[in-house]
Design a protein around this ligand. Structure first.
Ligand code: CMC
Length: 428
């Protein structure tokens, strides 16, 4: 027997019963299928912020917020990132299986060849003011890609989906690095086709023109393999996160039939916000503002005060009501890197004190507020010499594959519809 839900409406002393199917899931909650609820009853369901609404069915990413579990295509995140590179994770998300050695090599080569930007596109960087935030330039740059590759709005087949996916995954790091270089007034560094995905990004961020040795002005030579591994892990941890705000935006824009690059750049804009991907930049700003271990108690008090808007950045999550598993991986990574990279010990002390107090404080325990991924990325990224205005762009680079995978899933789902929520009207 299939599970059913019965809803009894009691309106004007008249009781009416409605039956709905319960949709199966392979993991996590099933869902009451309310698609005909409005036409059946003339009523809307009210769910601000979609806290109890499944807007699609998906096979990409699964989160168990109570257990603190995250899986990409069924693989547990901790195991996946300990054994596989970011490009393998990208391949897994796009193809539902990990690549063979040969498939990985081809995928890698395809991306390297697409990492260059059209000469015309490079001109747009000069149009932005000095000091423009790289996220604004990045979003504009990705939207502009649609004008350089405007074949048609509707992708016809898997070859075209693949081309779109490869182009975006390969070019977005270049747009991000160029956006940064422009913001500090240094020459743009072209991708180096001989370098791996992650090393190439660090190269475009750090190198000086015509300097094949990749030696930076402050005498730091080469790009340390530990740095590449750390950033690669950060990209993998950001690769997808089911129906979060920016992915919901990508799917909504996709639902209108807009160009896929524009859908992704809309995701970039949504990610920028402090409550979402922008939190990583805010965490470091907040740690600097707190300034010393002695001040931590004062700011914890502010975070708990219902009349104060201050929030502890990098804490809390809509879905995780336990430790964010991505934060667990990063905390371990941070400890490992302590030996080899110059991690800011002063900021780490402040962060450790915040974490210790918050994890034992009634306010945070009662509300299930745990450190999230953004609490740890900043300190590691700073040690990788990534400036804080680029933190959210790093999130973008990692998340691009997730947005694309979800975009393709949406487009191929014959139950997809234009996103069009309703409202409870309270006006005149
Ligand atoms: N500091 C202090 N109190 C908090 C915090 C925080 N960071 N987060 C939530 N609360 C309190 C909030 O005031 C509320 O208390 P009360 O019940 O007394 O009104 C309660 O916890 C529930 O908060 P909410 O805002 O209703 O929860 P939400 O699920 O709508 O919001 C969130 C989730 C991530 C937006 C929120 O926790 C937050 O603003 N955190 C700080 C920003 C942050 O770190 N964002 C990164 C999220 S992880 C990266 C990503 O995937 O985007």
């Amino acid at each position: 027997m299939k599970d059913k839900a019965t809803i009894i409406l009691d309106i004007d002393n008249q009781k009416q019963e409605y039956n709905y199917d319960i949709l199966d899931s392979t993991r996590g909650p099933k869902a009451v299928d309310l698609r005909t609820f409005y036409s059946d009853t003339g009523l809307f369901t009210y769910d601000v912020g979609f806290t109890a609404t499944a807007a699609c069915s998906s096979r990409v990413t699964y989160i168990d917020g109570k257990k603190g579990e995250l899986r990409y295509r069924g693989y547990e995140i901790e195991k996946l990132v300990s054994k596989h590179s970011y490009l393998e994770v990208c391949f897994l998300l796009l193809n539902e299986k990990l690549p063979t050695k040969e498939q990985l090599m081809h995928f890698d080569i395809e991306l390297r060849h697409r990492s260059f930007l059209h000469e015309g596109l490079k001109n747009i960087f000069g149009a932005f003011p000095d000091n423009a935030h790289p996220m604004a330039t990045l979003s504009a740059g990705v939207t502009s890609l649609a004008s350089f590759y405007f074949d048609h709005l509707d992708i016809k087949d898997d070859i075209e989906y693949k081309e779109m996916a490869y182009r975006l995954i390969a070019k977005i790091p270049t747009v991000a690095a160029f956006a940064y270089r422009h913001s500090i007034g240094t020459p743009l560094i072209e991708p180096d086709i001989n370098l791996s995905f992650t090393e190439n990004f660090l190269f475009m961020m750090r190198a000086y023109p015509h300097n094949n040795l990749k030696v930076t002005a402050d005498g730091q030579e080469q790009i340390n393999p530990i740095e590449i591994k750390a950033l690669d892990t950060i990209f993998s941890l950001h690769a997808d996160h089911e129906q979060n705000a920016s992915t919901t935006v990508v799917r909504s824009v996709a639902s209108t039939g807009a160009h896929p690059y524009v859908a992704v750049s809309s995701g970039i804009n949504a990610l920028w916000g402090r409550a979402h991907g922008g939190a990583n930049e805010s965490v470091i700003a907040q740690l600097n503002m707190i300034g010393s271990v002695e001040n931590v108690e004062k700011y914890i008090k502010k975070a708990k005060d219902p009349n104060d808007e201050f929030r502890l950045m990098g804490f809390g999550h809509r879905v995780y009501k336990n430790f964010d598993p991505r934060a667990r991986v990063l905390k371990k990574l941070q400890d490992e890197l302590k030996q080899t990279l110059k991690l800011d010990s002063h900021l780490m002390e402040i962060a450790n004190k915040i974490e210790a107090i918050a994890l034992s404080d009634e306010y945070f325990i009662k509300r299930n507020l745990y450190p999230n991924i953004d609490f740890y990325t900043g300190i590691i990224l700073t040690a990788l010499r990534i400036p804080k205005q680029m933190f959210t762009a790093i999130f973008v680079i990692g998340r691009t594959v997730g947005w694309i995978t979800q975009y393709i899933e949406f487009k191929k789902d014959n139950q997809s519809k234009i996103a069009r929520p309703r409202q409870v009207y309270k006006g005149k």
